[in-house]
Each structure stands twice: as structure tokens, then as C-alpha cells.
Design a protein around this ligand. Structure first.
Ligand SMILES: [Zn+2]
Length: 339
């Protein structure tokens, strides 16, 4: 019996050496170690029929061989795995395949408008200034000569945060902050977000963008204001744009004006955007009220200045013929990729 076991041992070794694939190894495993009809199991089953003196040693040898063959099989399998890993090539780069297209990013239309306007005013030597979006009531109202009973201070026009803090409802706040720390001459614009609890519809959003401007020096007059804003409107909308200045009122400017441009969509003929009038309002402006200068410590007898403000969304809508402000904030690529 011991001879037979040695024979099986040699045979199993040979078989495994010749095995060319993991499938071959599985077959060998079944042939030698299978529970039913496996060669080792057949030997173990035959032990009770052996002469008593052979039973114990045959059982021992059969179990050792079973363990050995098991180990050889695992080694052989591991060999296949390693060679498979070594042999597996890197993903081939097929030069004839079309490339993976990565779309270019682009600036949001509102960012483009802000950048355009910044560019126009930079040419006129205006500085770009920024300020906080969470403001103190002082900067949003008091310093801007807005009286305590002014309707813009009401809850329905301003987001109050408590403790005299609020989300700024205009970027004029930045003008005050700049004047507090700078002496004239001043030329600046302040782009940024402003917040008002408006009901959202096609023309209103509770957050939108403004650009406010300020120029202060000795001898600044209303004709300077008119010159700068005309130059701006022609640069932004085109040389053929017509403008008109209408008297208006703002607490922080005196005199004040609202500025209309000829409707760029209908060329002044009348359409739904301009309410059939041929004109659209784009700017508020005026000469800085002397009270504002007194508040920031400027000599209002010596210095004069003008200020203006415009809505970035409105300017963008007019330039590109967009009829719904919500399109700017819905993050719809079908809309955004047109700019
Ligand atoms: Zn129109």
C-alpha cells in the first residue's frame, strides 16, 4: 500500500507540472481530493479492509499525501494568478479613437457683465472696491442720509439679522466705508450682491447684483456725471444708444436723476420689455448730498461729487434680450452655455 501511495504522489506531482491552466488544476483537484471517487478518499475508504498492522501507517501516509497535494494545488493556482497579473497589459491607447471631450468652462453672464463694467470704469481710472454683505444699519441707512421713517427701512424691504445688523440692500454702503478711510479725490465703483425680501418673479429676485459708483473731488459737477454715465452707456450698449435724464429723488443725492436708455430690443419702437415706451430705466444717479459728506468728515463746502447705481441683472437682460431674471440663478446649462 505504501508503494501505491508513493506512486500516487509522483503522479500527482507530474499532473500538476503539466497543468496548463487553472481549469486543469481544478480537474486535478477533483481527481485526487474529490469527496466522491477522489483517489485519496478511495484509499482511506479501503483502509478497514487492510491487514490490521497496515491500517494505521496507511491512514497516516494517506493524510500526509492529501495535505501535500492540497498545498501543491494552492501553489500552482497562486502561480497562475501572479502570471495573469504580470501578463495583463495596461489598457491600450488606441490613437484612432475620438478623444474624450471636456467642455470649456465659461463665466456666468452676470460675471461677464460685472467684468465688462469694471473694464469700462478702470479706463476712467476708477478703483474697484468691495465691502461686507452683512452690514450695520449705520452704513446701510444712517450714513446715507436715509431718515428713520424712510420706507426702505421697513421689514418688507430689508432682511434684518438683529442687533442692528442686516443684509445690505445696496452697495452704497461701500462708498461710505471708502470715504471714511480715504481723503478725496475718490473715483470708485463697488460691485456686489445685495438682498431685498422681494417676491421672486420674472423681474425680481431676493438677491441681485449692483454696481455703485462715486467720484469726489473739488469742482466735480453734474456735467461730469453726465459725461461719465454717457460714456459708460455707449461703451456697454453701443454708440447708437440714446439716453435721457429724468429728475428723481434719492436720500443721498441732491439733485437726483434716473437715467433711461433707448430700448435696445425694439430700438425705441416699443415692446413688452420697455412697456411700449421705447425707453428703459438703467441707472439712478445724482450729486452727493452735503449731509453725506458731513457724516464722513469731508468739507462739504470744498468738495462735490456724484454717485450712481445700476442693477447688473437688468443691464444683462437688456443687452441680451433675456426676459426672466430667474434664468440667472437656476444653473441651467442650456441657458448658461449661450454666453
Ligand atoms: Zn422696447
Amino acid at each position: 500500500m505504501q508503494e501505491k501511495i508513493s506512486e500516487i504522489q509522483n503522479q500527482a506531482k507530474d499532473d500538476l507540472v503539466r497543468a496548463g491552466s487553472p481549469e486543469d488544476v481544478e480537474k486535478i483537484k477533483t481527481r485526487y481530493l474529490g469527496r466522491k471517487g477522489g483517489i485519496i478518499n478511495e484509499i482511506i475508504k479501503a483502509i478497514p479492509g487492510l491487514p490490521p498492522e497496515q491500517r494505521s501507517s496507511t491512514g497516516k501516509s494517506a493524510n500526509i499525501l492529501k495535505k501535500e497535494i492540497g498545498e501543491w494545488i494552492e501553489e500552482k493556482k497562486a502561480g497562475f494568478n501572479t502570471s495573469a497579473a504580470n501578463a495583463s497589459p495596461l489598457p491600450l491607447f488606441d490613437v484612432s479613437q475620438p478623444g474624450v471631450h471636456k467642455p470649456y468652462g465659461r463665466r456666468h453672464p452676470l460675471t461677464q457683465t460685472i467684468d465688462d463694467i469694471k473694464g469700462i470704469f478702470k479706463k476712467l481710472c476708477f478703483d474697484i472696491e468691495y465691502g461686507p454683505e452683512v452690514e450695520h444699519e449705520y452704513y446701510n441707512f444712517d450714513a446715507l442720509n436715509i431718515p428713520d421713517d424712510h420706507p426702505s427701512r421697513e421689514d418688507f424691504d430689508t432682511f434684518y439679522l438683529g442687533n442692528k445688523r442686516l443684509l445690505r440692500s445696496q452697495t452704497s454702503t461701500v462708498q461710505i466705508r471708502v470715504m471714511e478711510k480715504t481723503k478725496p479725490p475718490i473715483r470708485m465703483i463697488a460691485p456686489g450682491k445685495v438682498f431685498r425680501p422681494d417676491t421672486v418673479d420674472a423681474r425680481h429676485a431676493s438677491m441681485f447684483h449692483q454696481i455703485e459708483g462715486l467720484m469726489v473731488d473739488e469742482g466735480v459737477s453734474f456735467s461730469d456725471l453726465k459725461y461719465v454715465l454717457t460714456l459708460f452707456a455707449k461703451s456697454y450698449f453701443g454708440q447708437n444708444i440714446k439716453m435721457r435724464f429724468r429728475p428723481s429723488f434719492f436720500p443721498f443725492t441732491e439733485p437726483s436723476a434716473e437715467i433711461d436708455i433707448s430700448c435696445s430690443l425694439c430700438k425705441g419702437k416699443g415692446c413688452s420689455v420697455c412697456s411700449q415706451s421705447g425707453w428703459v430705466e438703467v441707472l439712478g444717479a445724482g450729486m452727493v448730498d452735503p449731509n453725506v459728506f458731513d457724516t464722513v468728515g469731508y468739507d462739504s463746502g470744498k468738495y462735490t461729487g456724484f454717485a450712481f447705481g445700476m442693477g447688473v441683472e437688468r443691464l444683462t437682460m437688456l443687452k441680451y434680450g433675456i426676459d426672466n431674471i430667474r434664468l440667472f440663478f437656476e444653473n441651467d446649462l442650456r441657458f448658461l452655455s449661450q454666453f
